[in-house]
Design a protein around this ligand. Structure first.
Ligand code: HEC
Length: 122
């Protein structure tokens, strides 16, 4: 009798360990997928974070009551605008200097990524 109880406990322990292992593997896989996904949307989403305070989370606001609403703009249009601000050649509402500061540190790739991201906001 004692033996049976002991082997039951043992079996239980093994089963639990196996389950714990499986859960761990699943979590790891999920984390890996998430990292992949964040990486490819990477930059656009991360780079847009600092734009949200003025343009809105969905780019739905007139920034500081001045800019156009940029939600719905296609990527090329956003890209062109941002490059203009960065170069200091664009100033539509008298606040081009402010936007220049926003994108001054953005590379061409960053500008492309954030423009892509904005164009896909719904
Ligand atoms: C501090 C507020 C503020 C922040 C932060 C900000 N913007 Fe702007 N944005 C403005 C203002 C004001 C304008 C209008 C500039 C002008 O006079 O041409 C503007 C204009 C724009 C335009 C052109 C819209 C138009 O009316 O022609 C785009 C595109 C844009 N911003 C994208 C961005 C992106 C992308 C970021 C983040 C990297 C960002 N903005 C961060 C305030 C802001």
């Amino acid at each position: 009798m004692k033996k049976i109880a002991l082997s039951l406990i043992l079996a239980c322990g093994v089963a639990m360990a196996a389950e714990a292992n499986a859960t761990e593997t699943k979590t790891e896989a999920a984390t890996a997928t998430k990292t992949e996904a964040t990486k490819s949307a990477a930059n656009g989403e991360a780079l847009f974070k600092k734009c949200v305070s003025c343009h809105g989370a969905k780019a739905e606001k007139k920034a500081l009551g001045k800019s156009e609403v940029i939600a719905g703009w296609d990527a090329a249009k956003v890209e062109e605008a941002l490059k203009g601000y960065k170069a200091g050649t664009r100033n539509i509402h008298g606040m081009g200097g402010l936007m220049k500061g926003q994108v001054a540190s953005y590379s061409d790739d960053d500008i492309k990524a954030v423009a892509e991201y904005i164009s896909k906001l719904k």
